[in-house]
Write a new protein. Structure first.
Length: 162
């Protein structure tokens, strides 16, 4: 079982980064970093293999599964991850290339005992909740308009066909 599987509800720390794996969030100094899903999966795979080397084939499998991609795709995704993370506290990189093998993290992966994500994380989640509430509100209004126009039966028909 990997460190991340043991820590599904907690936060992982790598140098000045805090990673909430269950929410797919990465923060540095209280600021959320934007990572695409595939880039986050790549980072997660590197964390799973830490402190060892994640081989090229392991990283390909973690990010693309059985989909065939060129070897350059991994190189480009590593570049995207490095750019998103920025420089490490010492000015170097978080990720080290291991020639002919793969990549590894320069820093140890530590499990934090409690969630230490900043209030920005809660605002991020609150923003999603507000958008969802707005969408539901608009759907209810649309339903009422269609009901008054006599088209609400189309909603019922579409729902019951599945």
């Amino acid at each position: 079982m990997s460190k991340l599987e043991k820590n599904k509800q907690g936060v992982i720390a790598i140098a000045d980064l805090h990673i909430d794996v269950s929410l797919s969030l990465v923060q540095r100094n209280g600021r959320q970093l934007a990572l695409q899903d595939k880039t986050f999966n790549l980072f997660k795979s590197l964390m799973n293999h830490a402190p060892g080397v994640a081989r090229h084939d392991q990283l390909h499998k973690a990010v693309w599964g059985d989909t065939h991609v060129t070897p350059d795709a991994l190189t480009q995704r590593i570049k995207m991850l490095r750019e998103a993370l920025g420089p490490a506290p010492d000015g170097g990189e978080y990720i080290v290339s291991v020639h002919g093998e793969g990549y590894r993290l320069r820093y140890s992966v530590k499990k934090l005992t409690t969630r230490t994500m900043t209030p920005q994380t809660r605002r991020f989640s609150l923003r999603h909740l507000l958008v969802l509430t707005l969408v539901i509100f608009l759907l209810v209004i649309l339903y009422e308009i269609l009901d008054q126009a006599g088209f609400a039966h189309l909603f019922h028909k579409a729902l019951h066909q599945q």
